[in-house]
Design a protein around this ligand. Structure first.
Ligand code: EPU
Length: 424
């Protein structure tokens, strides 16, 4: 077990390049299962979640190799259809093999991933959508068991909520279904556009990409492709918030400002200078930030995955802010750790009232998920003294080399063994 020792007080300055998005790359890897042959993915982040997904694909019969940020996936003619619990429990995103397996094999047994530290993570929309496509689907002995021996048939599916994962699973099943599938109230995240682009390269016919109505014309087969992952907007946003909190100046290359409009507007309201460039963006800040209210919503709303960083920002801003979390019921759990640094946060249901303090004070804290971890590290960067962030294996799931990149921007952060060894 390891921890980060974060010394507060540095202002982050310089350039950093953003990698491909975790939440796209994992799904692109699953989509590779749809076609026999070799698919090559570029700009796949070097994070542990990618290793877990690679292990799952191997278990299903694929050959997976990673060289730097290039992942090569060789998919045989016949693949397995069972995703075991010991792999799924480490990586909730492994549920996204459900659609491809059902489409390719007419069968899928995928362990139920369960909830996690940010809340319960339902699958009802995934299952209802695949049932509409003709699958016989249910939960048995802790597994989602789906069967469609005669293949899937296109249907009209209305999602109750624009779920990212349900949209992806239904899409990946629909590309090999017979006839037309319409997904209404589909998610519109840039990662959904990315997977639609890759599926189209593989031979799928998809209309309405980037809108909340996706229309898929089923094809007989998909063929392998070579594809570059969309840049990670959550990592980009993390650097933007870091620049504002530390009163720094960060140029973020490979960032896509158009995927972060509401986030960048929020940082501007906090007092930052935000400039877009051909290759990314620059966020600079002088003086103390102003408190900013945020309401998390599906894209193009404010991303829930940046909520912990904004709570950390508001904790040191001038004034009082209200943060409303609409996606996960337990995503404010981490504020108990932020409070250990002296943050003044009161939770009332799905609202957090944050009263900005002029200073935080370093302390030991533990993270329980990727994004809370990033929020705690940012808070440590502006706290007096040292902050020890434990259980950083959570952070490694989403940020390839956070310590190295922070140091390259002038932060004083080291990674070290954690004698207390938090592994939850
Ligand atoms: N939900 C249901 N039933 C369903 C599907 C979703 O109740 O059938 C609920 C979930 O419980 C949750 C909400 O709807 O409360 C949002 O779920 P969604 O399906 O949109 O999210 P996801 O696909 O499970 C992805 C990202 C998350 C990100 C969300 C929202 C991946 C691997 N994960 O999750 O990323 O927060 O979309 O944008 O793509 C992270 O990276 O830290 C992370 C948690």
């Amino acid at each position: 077990m390891e921890r980060f020792r974060v010394a507060g007080g540095s202002s982050l300055r310089g350039s950093v390049r953003v990698n491909g998005a975790k939440n796209s790359a994992l799904k692109l890897m699953a989509a590779a299962l749809l076609a026999e042959g070799r698919t090559i993915l570029h700009d796949v982040p070097a994070i542990t979640d990618v290793d877990y997904m690679a292990e799952l694909l191997r278990r299903l019969g694929a050959d997976v190799e990673r060289t730097g940020t290039v992942v090569t996936i060789d998919v045989p003619g016949e693949i397995g259809h069972a995703a075991p619990y010991e792999l799924v429990r480490r990586l909730r995103a492994s549920i996204c093999v459900l659609g491809p397996l059902l489409a390719r094999c007419g069968a899928a047994d995928v362990a139920l991933p369960g909830g996690d530290a940010i809340g319960s993570r339902g699958l009802d929309m995934h299952m209802a959508g695949l049932a509409k496509l003709g699958a016989d689907i249910g939960v048995e002995h802790g597994f989602v068991v789906a069967r469609a021996p005669g293949g899937l048939t296109g249907a009209t599916i209305l999602l109750d909520f624009p779920s990212v994962g349900a949209t992806e699973n239904i899409l990946m099943a629909a590309v090999l279904a017979q006839g037309t599938t319409t997904i209404d109230n589909a998610a519109r995240e840039p990662e959904i556009i990315d997977i639609c682009t890759m599926l189209t390269e593989m031979g799928a016919h998809i209309d309405g990409v980037g809108t909340s109505t996706l229309r898929v014309e089923g094809a007989d087969r998909m063929h392998p492709t070579e594809h570059t992952t969309v840049p990670d907007r959550i990592v980009t946003g993390t650097w933007g918030v870091a620049a504002v909190m530390t009163r720094g100046d960060i140029t973020i290359s490979n960032g896509r400002p158009e995927h972060l409009e509401i986030v960048l507007d929020t940082l501007t309201s906090a007092g930052a200078v935000v400039e877009s460039s051909a290759d990314g963006l620059r966020v600079a800040m002088s003086g103390r930030p102003r408190a900013v209210d945020v309401v998390t919503l599906p894209y193009p709303g404010f991303p829930t995955d940046l909520q912990p960083m904004i709570v950390a920002l508001d904790a040191v801003s001038e004034g009082t802010a209200m943060i409303t979390e609409n996606v996960y019921e337990a995503r404010f759990m981490f504020v108990n750790e932020l409070a250990r640094l002296g943050a003044d946060v009161r939770i009332d249901g799905h609202h957090a009232i944050v009263r900005g303090r002029s200073a935080l004070s370093g302390a030991p804290v533990v993270t329980t998920d990727i994004r809370a971890g990033a929020g705690l590290v940012l808070a440590g960067l502006v706290a007096d003294g040292e902050t020890l962030v434990s259980a950083v294996h959570h952070i490694d799931r989403g940020y390839p080399d956070l310590v190295g990149e922070l140091c390259s921007l002038g932060a004083d952060v080291v990674r070290e063994p954690d004698p207390d060894g938090f592994d939850d």
